[in-house]
Design a binder for this molecule. Structure first.
Ligand SMILES: [Zn+2]
Length: 481
């Protein structure tokens, strides 16, 4: 970015809530059902029907507000946001405008260089989703209204974000929180977590904000980062050329890596917001708030600190392990079986996460049970198998639902720790490779690795590496004299 400028970014994040039924009717929220099957007169906006608020929605938004340091307003009201669109049969969306449930919160984000920064949350409010228009048909657009009335929360940040990187960190944090609270699955690709960015630039030191634009349709963290960087550069270029930024909404095109204007940005008054006459104000009493607060799980930051403290892990490890609640749970299940906390962390951060990312699966579907991985670590530490053998057993564990000990016995992989047995192998190898032995004595110490390799080959990798090293050194020294 041009050094003379700084970016001012605010994010509006929509999180689809994991309730069984919709916000104002009892229709299912299930994703992927036959189009237009999860509907009823209420979510279709037939005349004369009345919405009834799903209590779970209020519980979920209150949890989110509490987890993000918000004030929970005792009284909040719904409003109608009026606009016309084919996938919005009612002609309005039930949302909240003047009195949202949550206000004045913040989350703390940690940058790559470990600086901590607070990003303010202006408000979090409840609203219902619209349907879906499927435009990619040859001659027509199809409308699926299954999503109409599915509950959302919208989390509006203060314009505290200064770079694409910070925006990614902030969104990562929000996703982590909704997943920990189990109120949203956080899946950006499927649209259960959606994000729009308001972006402007200004000269460094300038107090007033520049004219902002809004970018929509960034369905991954990568696209969020790319889109923000694109827009910052675009705005700076216009200003540098003496032009003016037009307030407008842009649509990110991930295939072309560019944002194209969608429409001139609406002002709030274009939506003709007014209080929803069919719904009573939402009252969250102090006692209900307490009841909900009691359900708050241990939040990611607290858990991370506990991992560092209780398992003596580096902050880096703790951060990776607690990024996802399922992974953190998995790790804690392993360390119920083994006391080697760091090895457990290495296995999860390495082999386990590699497979999860490659196969794009949830940790819940990871084939190796945590207790079996814990047992594998114990087998190494007890000297039953070598670390190398463990790496061979791991893929077998992925395929077969067996304990590592079963596999070790079945495949006869128990480590050879008998000194005499290893000594016999070494003596034979040194006899067979007298020229390499001479090379070693000439100072080419690398040849040592060759001997180790030969021993491992002769024992099918089962020789205890430490004993091999010790005996090999001793034997060579003896030969030298
Ligand atoms: Zn319905």
């Amino acid at each position: 970015m041009n050094e003379k400028y700084e970016a001012v970014i605010g994010l509006e994040v929509h999180a689809q809530l994991l309730t069984e039924s919709k916000a104002f009717c009892s229709c299912s929220t299930k994703f992927g059902n036959v189009p237009n099957s999860n509907v009823c007169p209420v979510c279709l906006g037939h005349p004369g029907v009345l919405p009834v608020l799903n209590k779970k929605v209020v519980e979920f938004i209150t949890l989110m507000g509490l987890a993000t340091n918000c004030t929970i307003n005792e009284r909040s009201v719904f409003a109608r946001k009026n606009y016309f669109y084919p996938d919005l049969p009612k002609g309005y969306q039930i949302s909240q405008y003047e009195l949202p449930v949550c206000e004045h919160g913040f989350v703390t984000v940690t940058s790559k260089d470990r600086d901590k920064k607070k990003v303010g949350i202006t408000r979090i409010h409840m609203e219902e989703d619209a349907g879906k228009s499927i435009h990619d048909q040859a001659f027509e657009t199809l409308v699926d209204v299954n999503r109409c009335g599915v509950p959302l929360i919208e989390i509006v940040s203060e314009p505290d974000i200064r770079s694409a990187e910070e925006a990614v960190q902030y969104l990562t944090k929000l996703r982590q929180i909704v997943q920990y609270l189990e109120i949203c699955d956080g899946n950006m690709e499927e649209g259960s977590l959606r994000c729009d960015a308001n972006i402007s630039v200004r000269k460094k030191g300038q107090k007033e904000f520049g004219t902002k634009t809004e970018i929509k349709n960034m369905n991954s963290f990568r696209n969020l980062e790319k889109a923000i960087n694109f827009e910052i550069e675009r705005q700076i270029e216009i200003i540098e050329d003496g032009g003016k930024i037009i307030q407008q909404t842009l649509l990110w095109n991930p295939d072309k890596n560019e944002a194209v204007p969608m429409r001139s940005k609406e002002e709030a008054h274009d939506y003709r917001y007014f209080p929803e006459p069919d719904l009573l104000p939402v009252i969250i009493t102090e006692s209900w708030k307490k009841e909900i607060a009691a359900k708050l799980p241990e939040l990611p930051e607290v858990r991370r600190e506990r991992f560092v403290r209780d398992f003596n892990l580096p902050v880096y490890d703790a951060e990776i392990l607690t990024l996802n609640k399922g992974i953190a749970d998995y790790y804690e299940d392993i360390v119920k079986v083994t006391k080697d906390f760091k090895s457990a962390s290495n296995w999860v951060m390495g082999d386990v996460l590699k497979i999860i990312n490659e196969e794009k699966i949830d940790i819940k579907d990871f084939p190796i049970k945590a207790e079996n991985l814990g047992e594998l670590i114990n087998l190494i530490n007890e000297g039953t198998i070598s670390g190398k053998i463990a790496k061979d057993i791991f893929p077998i564990m992925l395929k077969e639902q067996k304990s590592p000990l079963e596999i070790v016995k079945e495949k006869n992989l128990v480590q050879i720790s008998s000194s005499s047995e290893i000594e016999n192998v070494i003596v034979k190898i040194l006899e067979d490779h007298s020229s390499e032995v001479n090379t070693y004595f000439e100072g080419k110490e690398k040849v040592f690795g060759f001997f180790v390799g030969q021993v491992m080959k002769a024992t099918n990798g089962k020789a205890n590496p430490k004993i091999v090293n010790d005996i090999l050194k001793a034997k060579l020294e003896k030969l030298r004299n």
